[in-house]
Design a protein around this ligand. Structure first.
Ligand code: SAH
Length: 457
């Protein structure tokens, strides 16, 4: 049982030392082992904390005075950083961010994975950790009679109006401003979440890194988009590189952004991008990595760990639109990709055709169901690549790996904690984790991606 709080609300704690950083970017200090989470406090800093909300097991505090400052502290460059919930660690230098992420990976590998002697490399960071996101997706609303669009405030659904977001491509800022102006001029009603009224819910835009092709998606509550011809005309006139305008309808009361109906208003259904030598067609609803520069770094590392000689059969579980599958198919004999979203599999198949790759096969379904079926049909992998969502691999899939016994598993993870948990299961089943390479795909946030190389011993 978690112990009772040794502090009470409104207590002051002098000389609090911050030893860690949570996933939300809060500093962690401990009182007799009881953790207090404190905004705007960095590891290594000291100060006075006022207890704001003590709960069982952990509590929240406010930093009243800082007596020792971290060498990694900096002035956050974004003017709306404090209100906006998008970034968590802009108040930390980039070097500090990379160290914090590496420490986090090391900590979970020890604490959760019980992996003592695995080689963990320094995080591969970006040279320029700003303006890296190819995709912006913002809710729209109304404030004092004005049309606003931006991210939600921390822990709320209040929209912070945004002129620019310095982790997005400038092109995305430009597109959102145009859409805002056009909709304001044409009096398109912004969606009101509380009353479930109004028209435009979200603006999504994506710019392809290598080709500069731009897609704009307008998500409405209503089936019709009023003034659609004027909107199209204005967007086409103003946005260079525009290739696709999509209308998506989402009439539901939900936090999910896109609905089931998608129509092309103008141009193509997809935009194109390249990762290394592989081309991809990306549709409005496809999952596509948001940081293409670092995606290349990540996939190169996955390819290096797979160490393909040309004779291998590879399975890529959680394959999305086939990005890693096609990347590996450049050197593997055969690649099988599996993914739960049918539309993504349709995209993956098209992408194989786009690249004239005939040594790949894709199937829609849960990886934990499809891979055992493949195995029963005699399809077994020399190398198995997994890239699961944050919750990690399904246990049934890990069991299948232990039965199938591929010589190598390459685990691409967006959540070091579930990676550590799954590595422990593989280690107990006879595998050895030889290397882990964290890659920073999301500067200014606490997210960290990592690739692990796991071999049968
Ligand atoms: N490898 C891809 C996508 C990784 S994101 C890339 O790098 O672009 C994780 C993917 O796993 C998502 O596309 C999600 O739809 C898919 N997914 C989630 N649960 C799944 C399951 N049980 N089986 C197969 N795919 C799943």
């Amino acid at each position: 049982m978690s112990k009772k709080a040794p502090v009470q609300k409104n207590d002051y704690i002098d000389g609090a030392y911050f030893e860690d950083l949570t996933h939300d970017g809060n500093g962690v200090t401990k009182v007799d082992g009881y953790p207090l989470f404190v905004p705007n406090a960095l590891p290594g800093e000291e100060g006075t904390v006022k207890v704001v909300k003590p709960s069982k097991g952990y509590g929240f505090g406010r930093l009243m005075e800082r007596t020792k400052e971290s060498p990694y502290r900096q002035e956050p460059p974004c003017p709306i950083y404090r209100e906006c919930g998008g970034c968590q660690i802009q108040h930390m230098t980039y070097e500090g961010q990379l160290r914090a992420k590496e420490k986090n990976v090391r900590d979970v590998m020890q604490r959760i994975g019980k992996l003592q002697d695995v080689k963990i490399h320094e995080v591969l960071g970006m040279e320029e950790p700003w303006r890296y996101r190819n995709k912006a997706q913002v809710p729209v609303g109304e404030k004092d009679g004005r049309f606003v669009a931006g991210f939600y405030q921390k822990r709320s659904h209040e929209i912070i109006d945004m002129d620019k977001c310095i982790i997005q491509y400038e092109k995305n800022d430009e597109v959102i401003q145009h859409v805002k102006d056009i909709c304001q001029n044409l009096d398109i009603r912004p969606y009101d979440e509380k009353k479930h009224k109004g028209t435009l819910r979200h603006i999504m835009t994506r710019t392809a890194y290598t080709t500069g092709e731009v897609m704009v998606v307008l998500v409405t509550r209503t089936n019709e988009l009023p003034h659609k011809n004027e909107i199209v005309e204005e967007l086409v006139r103003n946005i260079e590189g525009l290739k696709s305008i999509i209308h998506n309808v989402n009439g539901k009361k939900t936090n999910v952004i896109m609905g089931d109906t998608t129509r092309v208003l103008w141009g193509e259904e997809v935009i194109h991008d390249r990762i290394g030598d592989v081309k991809f067609a990306i549709s409005a609803r496809s999952f596509y990595q948001v940081n293409p520069e670092q995606t290349k770094v990540l996939y190169d590392k996955a390819l290096e760990y797979a160490d393909l000689k040309g004779e291998e059969t590879v399975i890529d579980a959680y394959c999305g639109i086939g990005t890693i599958s096609l990347f590996l198919a450049q050197t593997a004999k055969k690649v099988y990709g599996v993914e739960i979203v049918p539309q993504a599999i349709a995209d993956a198949k098209q992408n194989a055709v786009l690249n004239n790759m005939t040594n790949v096969e894709f199937k829609a379904g849960p990886a934990e169901v499809v891979i055992p079926e493949w195995y029963d049909d005699g399809i077994s992998a020399d190398v198995l690549v997994v890239d699961p969502p944050r919750k990690g691999c399904d246990e049934a899939l890990l069991d299948t790996i232990l039965t199938m016994k591929p010589k190598k598993v390459v685990y691409v993870s967006c959540n070091p904690a579930t990676l550590a948990r799954d590595l422990r299961i593989l280690e107990d089943g006879g595998y050895k984790t030889t290397e882990i390479q964290p890659v920073d795909m999301f500067p200014q946030t606490m997210h960290c991606e990592a690739v692990a190389k796991i071999e049968l011993v």
